[in-house]
Design a protein around this ligand. Structure first.
Ligand code: C2E
Ligand code: MG
Ligand code: MG
Length: 592
């Protein structure tokens, strides 16, 4: 036990610089309260049956409480604090009565009515004393040997907790920074300690795009990324004032100071990026982006916050050296897309979520229906009907595009075979995605399916949008020429909405041009639009194509189209897309 003999001990412990460095490296100062420490502090107060206990860390000029019980302030001046003496001597200190003690008689503690103090040193495995695990009372008191030992044990438990937090699973071995796990732990502690409903900000710095990372790894190996990380850590300390977390291989996150405004924070981050660029850190040329995400205490989950920051930083890739703020609308779209892809994958495997409906095309000269368009319908067990206008564009960007077209082709051909069996000959048009044309075996698969169902190739038409055709014109051309030679019909869908070159369209083996339904709206009262549609019909005829108008809903539009020489119409005026049974009835009714 120490008795305070040398007043110098009150201020400067030996090896103070190394001690402070050890304390700072642990990144404990000014971190939020943590239940892991509070538990030990409560236990200390109970064990001694005293009103006050604390885990008190000795910083250069203050005692800062990592955990406290029975006191309201977070910090007291280091000078004249008994804990500072524990740090200086690395030994158990007991002051039975502060008023009787020559050094502490005049300390702030005594003025606050505190009479008793006992503190055990918090010593690291390297021998640095960080501060004290202390208990305080309002009456003078003695400490038994057993109590002294118990206090030392509690101090050891605190140190075990500190070292545990700093060890495996919490610290990134490359950067030495707290990792993603620690980010979540600290975030959860903050949620418990701070006022619910407070809006805060956090930022994620991403050092490179996924493509750059993959390239760097292939060319230079993983060591290169480690070097990049070590290189950036000192610079990151300039970007954020608080603790920095290493949350992904080349991603770092930190919480913005409390109360900072979004615009201020965004400007700060942008200045950091600009400064970094102008200092010419040319060793690593990658796209550095910053994603900022707001969060609300008590409402946001730590993992969601990380994901939001990630998503914002990823959006930042669109422009170099960019700071992006997370937008929940954008996130909702991404979430929905993600859900659609997963749910549609399941739908393809299910037996009853997908089916085809068929919309008739009617000849304007004879009023006959010789062909229909197959349209996909998805009925989700919980969500109900989901429109192809929503899910098709999402699916087309994924590997499901192949399986989807495969499913539609197979279902359409089964139906065509059934109709043929019943003596009904209908050409069926199937919508095909751009990516399908890039599948090397697409043509073979289509032709094989026709053979399997005993169908002539001319029974099948394929509809492709202008933009699909323009995606990879050479590939599209080759595939389509093979299909056309086999006798499969080709229609250019949604004509007039894309930017296709006329000379390219002319070179395609297309039989049909389908004028997009957007041109049919307001046709009756829009002279210029009528002129446009008239020109499209004439042009298509000149190129040798048959013309179908989509989305025809009124007699006036149909009359105009007939006069303009259009060959066929498709639209609600005649029929909505129909299930096979309903189509059979519709055809029978027309025949009558
Ligand atoms: P699309 O190929 O241009 O199909 C025509 C769309 O117009 C269909 O919408 C049809 O229901 C709708 N429609 C028909 N007549 C009228 C009308 O008079 N007024 C209005 N307002 N709309 C009419 P749907 O079925 O919602 O399909 C939307 C798009 O989704 C299709 O446009 C097509 O691009 C795509 N799609 C549908 N099924 C498939 C499929 O099996 N595979 C692929 N790749 N795409 C498909
Ligand atoms: Mg179509
Ligand atoms: Mg269309």
């Amino acid at each position: 036990m120490n008795s305070p003999t040398d007043p110098a001990l009150l201020t400067i412990p030996p090896y103070e610089a190394a001690r402070l460095d050890a304390l700072r490296r642990l990144e404990l100062l000014d971190t939020p309260p943590s239940e892991a420490f509070d538990r030990i502090t409560r236990m200390a107060a109970q064990l001694f049956n005293l009103p006050i206990a604390a885990v008190s860390l000795t910083d250069s000029d203050r005692q800062w409480f990592k955990s406290k019980y029975g006191i309201s302030h977070d910090t007291i001046p280091r000078q004249l604090a008994p804990c500072a003496m524990v740090a200086a001597t690395s030994g158990l200190l007991v002051v039975p009565d502060l008023l009787e003690d020559v050094h502490f008689r005049d300390s702030g503690l005594a003025a606050d009515g505190i009479r008793f103090y006992a503190g055990a040193p918090l010593t690291t495995s390297e021998g640095h004393c960080l501060g004290a695990m202390c208990v305080l009372g309002l009456e003078p008191r003695q400490v038994t040997d057993d109590e002294g030992q118990a206090l030392k044990d509690l101090a050891t438990m605190v140190m075990a907790q500190i070292e545990l937090q700093h060890a495996l699973g919490r610290i990134d071995p490359v950067s030495g920074l707290a990792n993603r796990n620690q980010f979540i732990v600290d975030f959860n502690d903050m949620e418990l300690a701070e006022p619910a409903g407070d809006m805060r900000l956090a930022a994620l710095v991403s050092l490179a795009s996924p493509q750059e990372l993959s390239d760097a790894q292939r060319v230079m190996g993983g060591g290169y990324l480690d070097e990049m990380v070590r290189d950036v850590v000192p610079q990151l300390r300039l970007a954020g004032s608080g603790k920095i977390y290493h949350v992904g291989s080349t991603q770092f996150a930190f919480f913005a100071p409390r109360g900072v405004r979004l615009e201020t924070f965004r400007t700060q981050m942008q200045s950091w990026l600009d400064a970094r660029a102008s200092h010419g850190h040319a060793r690593f040329i990658t796209t550095v982006t910053v994603g900022i995400a707001p969060y609300t205490i008590g409402q946001t989950e730590g993992l969601d916050l990380l994901r939001n920051m990630h998503s914002a930083a990823h959006d930042g890739l669109a422009a170099e050296r960019c700071v992006r703020v997370f937008s929940s609308e954008h996130d909702a779209i991404l979430q929905r897309r993600f859900w659609l892809v997963n749910a549609f994958g399941a739908a393809l495997e299910s037996r009853n979520q997908l089916h085809l409906v068929y919309q008739p095309k009617i000849g304007l000269r004879d009023g006959a229906c010789a062909s229909v368009e197959a349209l996909l319908r998805w009925s989700h067990p919980e969500e109900g009907a989901i429109s192809p206008g929503e899910f098709i564009p999402v699916i087309e960007g994924t590997s499901l595009a192949r399986a989807t077209t495969e499913w539609v082709l197979a279902a359409a051909m089964r139906q065509m075979a059934a109709w043929r069996h019943d003596g009904v000959t209908l050409q069926v048009a199937v919508n095909v995605s751009a990516v399908n044309l890039e599948e090397p075996d697409f043509c073979d698969r289509v032709l094989k399916l026709l053979v399997r169902h005993g169908l002539p190739a001319s029974n099948l038409a394929i509809e492709l949008t202008e933009s699909a055709l323009m995606r990879n014109p050479k590939m599209a051309q080759a595939t389509l020429e093979r299909l056309a030679r086999a006798g499969v019909q080709l229609a250019i869908d949604d004509f007039g909405t894309g930017y296709s070159s006329l000379s390219y369209l002319q070179s395609l083996p297309a039989n049909v041009v389908k004028i997009d339904q957007s041109f049919m709206r307001n046709l009756a009262c829009d002279e210029r639009r009528r002129a446009l549609v008239g020109t499209m019909i004439k042009l298509s005829h000149d190129l040798g194509h048959k013309v179908v108008a989509e989305g025809v809903e009124t007699v006036e539009v149909e009359d105009f189209l007939r006069a303009a020489g259009c060959d066929e119409v498709q639209g609600y005026l005649h029929a909505r897309p129909l299930a096979p049974n309903a189509l059979a009835e519709w055809l029978a009714a027309r025949a009558r």
